[in-house]
Design a protein around this ligand. Structure first.
Ligand SMILES: Nc1ncnc2c1ncn2[C@@H]1O[C@H](COP(=O)(O)OP(=O)(O)OP(=O)(O)O)[C@@H](O)[C@H]1O
Ligand SMILES: [Mg+2]
Length: 268
């Protein structure tokens, strides 16, 4: 079984392997950019169904972060649409999206270093402060460390721990979908693994997740489905483990050396 080559061909191929039914989040033919006249996204498509863990991989500069930022109202969408549970949310402001169930964890500067863990989590729920206790309980259930160390300043934590706080902060508003931009970046391999395990744990707790990753193999291992973006367009899509073994995806995006060294095993 081979994955569908891009750029996007027949629309039916774009979301290969996606479940039937109404998506939770859908981006259709997104065109977006920063500078007038320069489109970074040239017609991107993405769907996330309830309960899915969806990966986005692709080379540097492909537009992965731009796609997440466009979904979260931080980059203006020039054409195309975004829907959440069937409702149009194109170009909706980030604070409104948070209230409607979209969480976003940017790659950098995603915690308040001078605040404690608990204060960071309070910031996550400033739009609904009364729900703090209930949400904090949920978070501590998921990540007990954060409860034990609630009075510790976020700035004194390791990179991996800070990522955990950033994810927890976004989870405080009980999002139905969480957008994560490269949560494993800059971490040691062991800490990267912990981040992927944590991501899956969040997903198994019922939160749909979109995860952008440089560590493409790990990402494909944990996600249900993935999209490969290249130059602002969909290049390939399909179930994570199928993409991981697709010769074209390996050659273009994963690197054949890794496959040779590992003998094609998934134990990377
Ligand atoms: N704030 C900005 N202003 C102008 N151009 C930008 C801005 N941010 C990103 N770009 C440009 O948009 C393109 C896509 O960048 P983006 O950050 O979305 O890529 P990416 O796939 O996330 O890459 P990486 O893997 O390096 O994180 C790049 O050419 C980049 O230079
Ligand atoms: Mg990026």
């Amino acid at each position: 079984m081979s994955t569908q080559p891009g750029p996007v061909g027949a629309p039916a191929d774009v979301h290969r392997g996606a479940p039937e039914g109404e998506p939770l989040l859908a981006a259709t033919d997104l065109v977006a950019g920063y500078v007038p006249g320069v489109d970074i996204l040239g017609g991107c498509n993405l769907v996330v169904h309830p309960g899915e863990l969806v990966g986005i991989i692709g080379p540097n500069g492909a537009g992965k972060s731009t796609l997440l930022k466009a979904l979260f109202g931080l980059v203006s969408i020039r054409s195309g649409s975004v829907t959440l549970k069937g409702e149009d949310i194109t170009n909706r402001r980030a604070d409104s999206l948070v209230r409607h169930g979209v969480g976003f964890v940017p790659q950098n500067n995603n915690v308040f270093p001078s605040l404690t863990i608990e204060e960071n989590l309070q910031m996550g729920v400033f739009q609904a402060p009364k729900s703090f206790d209930e949400r904090f309980e949920f978070i501590v259930d998921l990540f007990p460390t954060l409860g034990d160390r609630r009075r510790q300043r976020a700035g004194s934590l390791s990179g991996g721990e800070r990522q955990m706080v950033a994810m927890a902060r976004a989870l405080m508003m009980d999002p139905s979908v969480l957008l994560l931009d490269e949560p494993s970046a800059g971490l040691s391999p062991v800490r990267q693994d912990e981040t992927f395990i944590r991501t899956r744990k969040i997903n198994r707790a019922g939160v749909s997740v979109v995860i952008v990753e440089q560590n493409a193999r790990r990402c494909l291992q944990i996600c249900d489905r993935a999209y490969v973006l290249d130059q602002g367009r969909n290049a390939y899509s399909g179930p994570g483990r199928e993409l991981m073994h697709d010769p074209k995806v390996i050659e273009l995006y994963l690197g054949t050396l890794a496959t040779d060294v590992e003998g094609g095993a998934e134990s990377a």
